[in-house]
Design a protein around this ligand. Structure first.
Ligand SMILES: Nc1ncnc2c1ncn2[C@@H]1O[C@H](COP(=O)(O)OP(=O)(O)OP(=O)(O)O)[C@@H](O)[C@H]1O
Length: 236
């Protein structure tokens, strides 16, 4: 349903992504692996319409997303949880999550069901719904950010390094949430810098290095590949 076709992106006159081709099919979990600075965030932001392409296209169910602003990309059914979470500091947890339903409006009952699903994925959020966005830990912000994207009822969720910088104690909670999103049938395109952190249930791996895809295969193949181990072992 998502096709990235020969996508190249420049930032400030520098070529950051070159000829990226990548598909995500219905219900698949695709993991984009690459070390810091490889171009993962740039690719996710280009898919969301936050960065313009120099060449190539991003297509969603066969139609080009090129030139659409991020809120209209989201409205087509693509949710995004950025690496820095980007929770609104001046809104409460509940308002942050409800924001997803404002971005992609729905009849009240449907919007309520989406929000309810977001809280089902991260039940801990129900205990601090009134708390301000500025008063959250990194792990709590991550849950709010993913829940806000879920409230859009996306068919595809983009997750930029969902475990990065979190305390080890919270990682299983985030991983369990992602597993239940997967079980609901939504597709996920997830960026990760360490091949060892990738959940076993991912469908496919694409390794990105210096703005180019250098490997495609299963998680087992990725973990056994010497080049992948070199660029995404968590040691690089
Ligand atoms: N606004 C910008 N101006 C100049 N260079 C940029 C800008 N944003 C990103 N880059 C460069 O683009 C390259 C890719 O960055 P990107 O953030 O996509 O990498 P990443 O794989 O997501 O890594 P990280 O996990 O560190 O964010 C890096 O070399 C980065 O310095």
């Amino acid at each position: 349903m998502l096709s990235v076709e020969g996508l190249s992106v420049d930032i400030a006159g520098t070529s950051i992504l070159r000829d990226i081709t990548l598909d995500v099919n219905e219900g698949e979990i695709v993991c984009l692996v690459g070390r810091n600075g490889a171009g993962k965030t740039t690719l996710l932001r280009a898919i969301m319409g936050q960065l313009a392409a120099r060449a190539g296209a991003v297509k969603w169910r066969g139609a080009a997303l090129t030139g659409l602003p991020p809120h209209l990309v989201a409205r087509r059914g693509i949710g995004f949880s950025p690496e820095e979470s980007e929770v609104f500091a001046s809104l409460s947890v509940a308002q942050n999550i409800a924001f997803g339903t404002w971005t992609r409006p729905a009849p009240a009952a449907r919007a309520q069901a989406r929000v309810a699903f977001a809280y089902e994925v991260f039940p801990k959020l129900t205990t601090y719904m009134a708390r301000g966005g500025a008063e959250l830990s990194g792990g709590e912000r991550k849950m709010v950010s993913i829940a806000r994207a879920l409230a859009l009822d996306p068919e595809l969720l983009l997750l930029d390094e969902p475990f990065e910088g979190l305390s080890p104690a919270i990682i299983p909670t985030i991983a369990a949430g992602i597993a239940s999103i997967r079980a609901s049938g939504k597709a996920i395109l997830m960026a990760e810098s360490n091949v060892q952190h990738i959940p076993d249930y991912v469908s496919r791996i694409c390794v990105i290095e210096r703005g180019e895809i250098i490997f495609r295969g299963s998680l087992a193949e990725a973990r056994a590949d010497p080049l992948v181990r070199q660029v995404a072992s968590g040691l690089a």
